[in-house]
Ligand binder design. Structure first.
Ligand SMILES: Cc1cc2nc3c(=O)[nH]c(=O)nc-3n(C[C@H](O)[C@H](O)[C@H](O)COP(=O)(O)OP(=O)(O)OC[C@H]3O[C@@H](n4cnc5c(N)ncnc54)[C@H](O)[C@@H]3O)c2cc1C
Length: 423
């Protein structure tokens, strides 16, 4: 079936697609949003553990990987970060800053970030058609033919083949996201659309993903959450350093500090063994820590090690590390304190892999940035085609950087796609 035409068709109702649709419609374009899930913005609802860390006050090209810094410099000049924040202010979203620069909705609910976007689309009368997958794009007269198929919701097993519909579009924004978290919409479908159109797509790989650790000590530490500094080493060489919240899990490590190391760790793994050194007391230089432990040993002389340890560090951590140093929990601290100081500053764990796309916040890889314009995200290969968000070969650190790029690319693409269509 062939349907009426739209000035702009957006493939994907995620972060970048919703932002793009709003600005294009505000500029006077007729806009249609197509989404394969049964609801728009499904991934957005899961961001920031349901609180949505939607941006950061310290947006800089250095927080991103893969694209050249010069590309992102042009992007953030075309749309300065504050304008993204103003966009959300204008939608009525109150925000709060947490943990040096991370921005969240004041309500702490991702639902409200999605809510203000969907309310605006409703006010602009932009249709968001769900359970509709974009299968292919073809060049038509003065634009594109967008071929779609109706898909059944996930919970419907053995649904009959869905109806196919072709929409005419003056311009198309592909905002289909990356391969991360397939449970809530991540897929390779956007990459396939781009490859079919002749774009170069770097193979996706999980990034910002929890890491698996070889040592079974992590099982004892499961659930421990603390601030630490992490140093990544491969082949004895320094690779990267991060600091912030670290979460131990039964399989390994997660939390922002570990997630931010994951990209470099996974890239180094094919080359051999990769280790992370955990500094549990980053605020104390090693010599000061040694002096502190000696003073404590004196103060708690003759008393069990657990008295010495209480109040120094998370109990599960100090207990597990002390055991590795031959210190018994119930007998006084003796020789071994020197080793303990070294272990608390550089507790070595071997990284064996990641939890994969199923648990990755972001996928690295995607459409080569050199094939898009950094100020409009228009394809340099196909006029009138725009590529946004995680589909691009740009991935950011944790901290709101990925969503910020999704909004930025969506807003720039939506604005450019509507330009010159009508006033
Ligand atoms: C669990 C989790 C937590 C996260 N937390 C944060 C956070 O707090 N801060 C942060 O900055 N980033 C976070 N991220 C990353 C962030 O969510 C993504 O980088 C961002 O959503 C990417 O936006 P996007 O528009 O490119 O894609 P998405 O938001 O993924 O949207 C793409 C949409 O396109 C649809 N789609 C795909 N193919 C088709 C097709 N062929 N036809 C029609 N529709 C299609 C998908 O169903 C999806 O709805 C998190 C990610 C995950 C998985």
């Amino acid at each position: 079936m062939e349907k009426q035409g739209f000035d702009v068709v957006v493939a994907g109702a995620g972060a970048s697609g919703l932002a793009a649709a709003i600005v294009a419609a505000r500029a006077g374009a007729s806009v249609l949003v197509l989404e394969k899930n049964h609801v728009p913005g499904r991934k957005l609802l899961s961001t920031g553990s349901g609180k949505c860390n939607f941006s950061n006050l310290n947006i800089t090209p250095a927080a991103y990987h893969a694209a050249s810094p010069a590309f992102l410099k042009k992007t953030f000049t075309a749309l300065p970060p504050e304008e993204v924040h103003s966009f959300f202010d204008g939608l009525g979203l109150l925000r709060v800053e947490k943990d040096s620069g991370r921005l969240f909705p004041a309500t702490q609910k991702a639902q409200d970030v999605l809510g203000v976007l969907l309310n605006e689309l409703e006010a602009l009368k932009v249709p968001v058609v769900t359970l509709t997958e974009v299968l292919a794009l073809k060049r038509g007269d003065n634009g594109f033919l967008v071929e779609t198929v109706k898909v059944a919701p996930k919970w419907v097993k053995q649904a009959p083949p869905g109806e196919k519909t072709t929409y005419k579009a003056g311009r198309v924004i592909i905002a289909a996201g990356g391969a991360a978290y397939p449970q809530i919409g991540g897929s390779g479908k956007g990459y396939a659309l781009l490859t079919a159109l002749g774009h170069t797509v770097a193979p996706p790989s999980p990034a910002v993903v929890p890491l698996k650790i070889k040592e079974t000590v992590v099982i004892e530490l499961d659930g421990v959450r603390l601030d630490a500094a992490l140093t990544l080493k491969a082949g004895g060489k320094f690779m990267a350093r991060t600091s912030g919240e670290l979460l131990f899990t039964s399989y390994g490590i997660s939390g922002p500090a570990a997630l931010d190391l994951s990209r470099a760790a996974l890239a180094a793994l094919p080359g051999g063994q990769v280790f992370v050194q955990v500094d549990f007391l980053p605020q104390l230089p090693e010599n000061e820590l040694r002096a502190l432990l000696l003073a404590r040993a004196k103060a708690f002389e003759g008393r069990p090690f657990r008295h010495f340890a209480c109040g120094l560090l998370n109990e599960k951590v100090i207990r597990a590390i002390a055991a590795c140093c031959g210190l018994d929990w119930n007998t006084p601290a003796g020789p071994g304190l020197d080793i303990l100081a070294g272990e608390l500053k550089a507790f070595r764990l071997e990284i064996t892999g990641s939890l994969g796309f199923e648990d990755a916040m972001v996928a690295a890889g995607g459409c080569a940035c050199a094939e898009t314009d950094p100020a409009t995200f228009e394809s340099k290969k196909i006029k009138g085609l725009y590529i946004t968000g995680e589909l691009l070969d740009i991935d950011g650190d944790s901290g709101g950087f990925n969503l910020h790029l999704a909004w930025t690319s969506g807003l720039l693409a939506g604005r450019a796609a509507a330009t010159g269509i009508r006033k």
